[in-house]
Design a protein around this ligand. Structure first.
Ligand code: PXG
Ligand code: PLP
Length: 441
């Protein structure tokens, strides 16, 4: 597929993120436009977006209100500092977000990405304990198979070995075991029945290190990048109870699950488990402008507000924390989410999505597991002997040829369509994917 429909584009200078650069550049796949549920590729093919971009375009593409709001904001106030200065937009946006947030998480720190949100949340956790006179709490606990972005904090608590092994990490971290257990849970619909006891491992880890040395536990309520792993029934509740018992902050990383993916604004609300800190990004602006946010329980925030009033309470922030254009895009995004009921819409589509997803079982060879919750789903294939990831990659390429964008990570195909998806489009998505999977040898 020729980029831009011609061969004049030089691909060499852009060092692509999380990409096999040489493989890609030898056979580039370019998207050049997007509207609603569809991308258009360079050769003019309409491509159904099965992944909301990279899990971020929850209201679909090219939303006029967001475009207009961002353009107007650029004309009115392109940039203004938020360090010891202010402009109205982040105050307005934070107030709006606070109304959607899980009970009590109404203090909001803006970042520019999920990775920045995660590193910000970890820093808040350390500083919070220090402000309370418990500066010895310097450890953080993540989970195997977790993905928390690519900052040093995020890879330290993350649990995907390939993202970690190359780099030095923060000291003192430890990890809960992952909850992937195909021997008991393969082809579970929704939350798996088995594995709540894996949360008891937290107690063991805390006793190994001394619970008074641990600042925070961070997990994705549903692991996304690892290939959609919903939590076992009762698991998150146990983590919450253990953290409460030892005065440890529980952080939910909702970069993917936030903004309606499970049929509630946030996964904490879906599961009825409220964290102390919540990290978000992606859907906060519908993917249109980079932005992230950390939501803090008010008591965590207020702990910082006790020193001298002239002192900066948290020595942390980004040039673009609360960027006017991002806030304008975010406010317009919330208008759409609320007007069109998108933050709860996944609830009404989840059963149809689940039916069609699990209908792939037996319809194609090599499928060893299927998992889903809300409008998140994954199909896992056994690796081809000696070629881990080949089946996943071939599925991605063939699906694209048939006009469907899916996400391949290893031999797992992940799906997370925009929350505007219709039942007919769900049918189309699975018709195409089913046809492709049949051809994968
Ligand atoms: N936390 C979680 C739970 C994420 O899913 C991040 C942090 C980092 O966000 P940024 O904005 O820094 O990328 C993420 C990002 C995939 C995929 O297909 C997942 C992400 C990003 C790109 C691809 O699995 N998640
Ligand atoms: N590096 C240098 C030299 C800087 O001056 C700054 C910000 O002023 C940064 C990094 C951090 O950039 P940002 O605030 O966009 O994260």
């Amino acid at each position: 597929m020729a980029p831009r429909g011609d061969n004049t584009l030089d691909l060499s200078a852009f060092w692509m993120p999380f990409t096999a650069n040489r493989q890609y550049k030898a056979a580039p796949r370019m998207l050049v436009a997007a509207k609603g549920m569809y991308y258009r590729s360079a050769d003019g093919t309409e491509v159904l977006d099965g992944t909301a971009g990279l899990w971020c375009c929850n209201a679909g593409h090219g939303r006029e209100e967001i475009t207009q709001a961002a353009a107007r904001q650029l004309e009115t106030l392109d940039f203004a500092p938020t360090f010891q200065m202010g402009h109205p937009l982040p105050f307005e946006f934070a107030s709006r977000l606070a109304k959607l947030a899980p009970e009590g998480l109404d203090r909001i720190f803006f970042t520019n990405s999920g990775s920045e949100s995660v590193d910000t949340a970890l820093k808040i956790a350390f500083a919070y304990h220090r402000a309370r006179g418990e500066g010895q709490r310097t450890r953080v606990i993540g989970r195997e198979k977790g993905y928390h972005g690519v900052g040093f904090g995020g890879i330290t608590v993350g649990g995907l070995v390939n993202n970690r092994r190359t780099f030095p990490l923060l000291p003192g971290a430890d990890h809960l075991p992952h909850t992937y257990d195909p021997s008991r849970n393969a082809f579970s619909k929704g939350q798996p029945a088995h594995g709540a006891e894996l949360a008891d491992e937290l107690e063991r880890i805390l006793n190994l290190h001394g619970p008074e040395t641990v600042a925070a536990v961070i997990v994705e309520p549903v692991a996304g990048s690892a290939g959609v792993l919903p939590p076992p029934v009762g698991y998150l509740e146990k983590l919450r109870a253990t953290c409460d018992h030892y005065g440890i902050l529980l952080i939910f990383d909702e970069v993917i699950t936030g903004f309606g993916r499970l049929g509630k604004p946030f996964a904490g609300q879906y599961f009825g488990v409220t964290p102390d800190l919540m990290t978000t990004a992606k859907g906060i602006t519908n993917g249109a402008v980079p932005m992230g946010a950390v939501f803090a329980r008010r008591e965590v925030h207020d702990t910082f507000m006790r020193g001298p009033e002239a002192a900066i309470e948290l020595l942390h922030g980004f040039t673009y924390s609360g960027h006017p254009v991002a806030c304008a895009a975010g406010l317009a995004t919330l208008d759409i989410y609320e007007r069109d009921g998108l933050l709860t819409r996944a609830g009404g589509l989840a059963a149809k999505f689940e039916d069609r997803l699990h209908g792939l079982r037996g319809a194609a060879p090599h499928i060893v597991d299927i998992r889903n919750l809300g409008l998140m789903g994954a199909v896992e294939m056994a690796p081809r002997p000696g070629a881990v990831g080949a089946r996943g990659y071939e599925t991605l390429v063939k699906a694209l040829e048939k006009g469907l964008l899916v996400r391949a990570s290893g031999d797992i195909i992940a799906l997370s369509p925009p929350l505007i998806v219709t039942e007919d489009e769900i049918d189309k998505l699975f018709d195409i994917l089913g046809g492709v999977l049949k051809t994968i040898d």
